[in-house]
Ligand binder design. Structure first.
Ligand code: SF4
Length: 689
């Protein structure tokens, strides 16, 4: 038996673990002393490796390349040579006939690692010559990246996950950490045990609300109104740090003007909260010697998400809770490597290391390094994944090369997404499982899974961590970056790498932010947080040291915007608000965790709809009864979970199941800046069956 060091492939907490391997089988996982988890794991960490042993519970593993030569035809097994030749030929044809921007690509935010994401964005930019490359950050923390870059200059957590427990006040806003990041939730509990005040802003009585000093059960869709009211109280009661604001921020007067209509008393009808609750929350937050704001999808999956992120960052600026230990802003990223996917430039507006694609000098630098003519580089921001269905229906996007994502399960308004896919000429899916999206692909390219390769992940607190290969793949599969390189070479751009480290070092040379993060340093230290600009730099546990922000002026930007109502409000036909949520036992589209026996046993009920007893009684629905849940876009069957922790007037479902797939119901009202869909709010009705 041997023990292999790895990093959990599920959430952004980045827990280190040891995979215990007997022969070529994994027999168990053990917690390891990682910087974020310190010898603890949640259930997914302990039991989320089982799919590597080919348990085949739900979704078949992709075991060989396949091609569907004609639309409507059957997928046929083919050799790797044929799969690469055919894919390259079709992509080259579409590029020649419709231009580079007719081809869309994705990186992957999970088990594949940073090296592959670097290679995928290089393929899009150097081979296809498009910035059409994106990742699932678009549908989760895209607004955090955009909002924090605008206000503070970096789109990531300011402090370390391990620092959360040292803060003396945690403002937990739209973030159910117990379900989405259980190990982070333990840090929150530890902060409480260390004497921190906990303020939870969430419509539901989530787990963290049980230990909160204050739980603000705001109305669904009122985030901006509440954040503005918080800002109003800080100014009106003079709770803000005047000296800090004067020295390190800009925009106070415009901010004051923007929040003046948001006195807590004036917005009680929007927030559903008393003025006293809002005022008390800010008195607690402002009085704490150190305070941290944490948020999740309850902030970002709205049509007005970037504004709310900017507003939350402004609260930290107003109170001087940045630029030191135990404070800061914490958008805790969802998938295990979504921070890394963004770092590596699988974004339509950034090269690796957050260098803008619209910057001619950056384009010149990358073009020279990649051996192509700078004039061939796309000089416009590319397409975002949430725009693909619309652009496909308009005939502007013709081909979609999807790596390790399942948009036909995870994107809003699946009816629209299916229509968009039907309009595409060519769909390539590179994955480990026969996902919903893989089922409609023209080409299937089977890749190695986490556990069958090594690499580097970035966890939610900007920490780079290496993970190792544990077992040999059992099928005719290849590494993601090897597959991409073969297609690139077949398309006339010679691309070859011998190792992860070779890719990593090429990336480092091009990214000042990450230059000092060598494989050796990660090996020695285990967890290196960017920025790390030089070889002797130890990494950066907290951003904005000395309150120097990464904005053009070096100052933090205060910001507030008027509250906008969600796009679709409840009415007499669809009287309830639907909000999508997570389930602790499974992750994302469930393709990996659904193939793990222990996790599947733990959470095997497909789809629930949580509702308040008052709504259930009015609708004649009993607990555990099957119900129809309908919106203007679709109808799904689900099982009622009647629960007093749910706020009246709203229902909650997970998107992780094929039965009760709530994205059949959600709508794609997009945030105008980040393009993130409003999956936390649409109008539905529930009917007993
Ligand atoms: Fe840690 Fe997240 Fe994995 Fe759980 S799912 S072990 S919290 S990284």
């Amino acid at each position: 038996m041997k023990k292999i060091t790895s990093v959990c492939p599920y959430c952004g907490a980045g827990c280190k673990l040891k995979l215990v391997v007997d022969g070529n089988k994994i027999v168990r996982a053990e917690a390891a002393p990682g910087a974020t988890n310190e010898n603890q794991l949640c259930l997914k960490g302990y039991y989320g490796w089982d799919f590597l042993n080919d348990t085949r519970l739900l979704t078949p593993r992709l075991t060989q390349p396949m091609i569907r030569y004609e639309k409507g035809g059957k997928l046929q097994p083919v050799s790797w040579e044929e799969a690469i030749r055919y894919t390259a030929k079709r992509l080259a044809q579409i590029k020649a006939e419709h231009g580079p921007r007719a081809i869309m690509t994705t990186g992957s935010s999970r088990g594949t690692g940073n090296e592959t994401n670097y290679v995928m964005q290089k393929f899009a930019r150097a081979v296809i010559n498009t910035n059409n490359v994106d990742c699932c950050a678009r549908v989760c923390h895209g607004p955090s990246v955009a909002g924090l870059q605008a206000t503070l200059g970096n789109g990531a957590m300011s402090n370390a996950i391990s620092d959360i427990e040292n803060s003396k006040c945690l403002l937990v806003f739209g973030y159910n950490c117990a379900d989405s990041h259980p190990i982070v939730a333990r840090r929150v509990l530890k902060a409480k045990q260390n004497g921190a005040k906990i303020i939870v802003c969430d419509p539901r009585k989530i787990e963290t609300a049980r230990i909160a000093d204050q739980h603000l059960q705001l109305k669904n869709g009122s985030n901006m109104a509440l954040v503005n009211a918080f800002g109003y109280v800080l100014l009106e009661e003079e709770l803000y740090d005047k000296e800090y604001v004067a020295r390190y921020t800009e925009g106070l007067e415009a901010y004051r003007e923007a929040v003046k209509a948001y006195a807590p008393e004036a917005v009680a009808h929007l927030t559903g909260l008393s003025a006293q609750q809002i005022r008390q929350a800010m008195r607690t937050y402002a009085a704490a010697p150190s305070a941290t704001i944490m948020w999740g999808m309850g902030v970002t999956q709205f049509g007005q998400a970037v504004d709310v992120v900017k507003g939350l960052a402004s609260l930290a600026l107003l109170t001087g809770n940045l630029g030191r230990e135990h404070v800061g802003v914490g958008p805790v990223r969802g998938q295990n490597n979504v921070q890394g996917a963004c770092d590596m430039g699988v974004l339509p507006d950034f090269f690796p290391g957050y260098q803008k694609v619209t910057d001619p000098q950056a384009r010149e630098k990358f073009a020279r390094a990649w051996g192509i003519d700078p004039a061939a580089m796309d000089n416009q921001t590319g397409v975002r994944i949430t725009e693909v269905p619309h652009l496909a229906l308009q005939g502007k996007v013709k081909a979609y090369y999807i790596m390790g994502e399942d948009p036909l399960q995870t994107e809003a308004d699946l009816g629209l997404v299916r229509e968009g896919f039907a309009a595409l000429d060519f769909v390539v899916v590179q994955d480990i499982f026969m996902t919903k999206t893989a089922e409609v692909a023209d080409v299937l390219l089977p890749a190695t899974a986490w556990g069958e390769h090594g690499g580097v992940f970035t966890c939610a607190d900007r920490g780079f961590q290496r993970f190792e290969k544990a077992v040999e793949p059992q099928y005719d599969v290849k590494r993601d970056w090897e597959i991409i390189s073969l297609i690139a070479s077949e398309m006339g751009y010679p691309m070859h790498y011998d190792s992860n480290q070779q890719i990593w070092d090429e990336m480092r040379e091009l990214c000042p932010l990450f230059y000092g993060v060598t494989y050796e340093k990660m090996g020695d230290m285990g967890h290196v947080q960017w920025p790390c600009p030089t070889l002797d730099h130890p990494g950066t546990p907290y951003l904005y040291h000395d309150n120097r922000f990464a904005t053009p002026s070096g100052k933090g930007q205060l910001f507030a915007a008027p509250w906008r109502a969600p796009a679709e409000r409840p009415d007499s036909d669809y009287p309830l608000v639907l909000c999508t949520v997570r389930e602790v036992g499974h992750y994302s589209c469930r393709s990996m965790t659904g193939n793990c026996a222990a996790l599947q046993t733990l959470a095997d009920e497909p789809g629930f709809v949580q509702m308040h007893p008052q709504d259930a009684e009015m609708l004649g629905v009993r607990d555990s009864q099957l119900v129809w849940v309908s919106s203007r876009r679709g109808r799904v069957i689900s099982r009622a979970e009647v629960n007093e922790r749910i706020n009246p007037g709203a229902v909650y479902m997970t998107y992780q199941w094929w039965i009760g797939a709530c994205n059949e119901l959600t709508q794609d009202n997009l945030d105008p800046i980040s393009g993130t869909p409003e999956t936390k709010y649409c109008a539905v009705k529930v009917e007993a069956i």
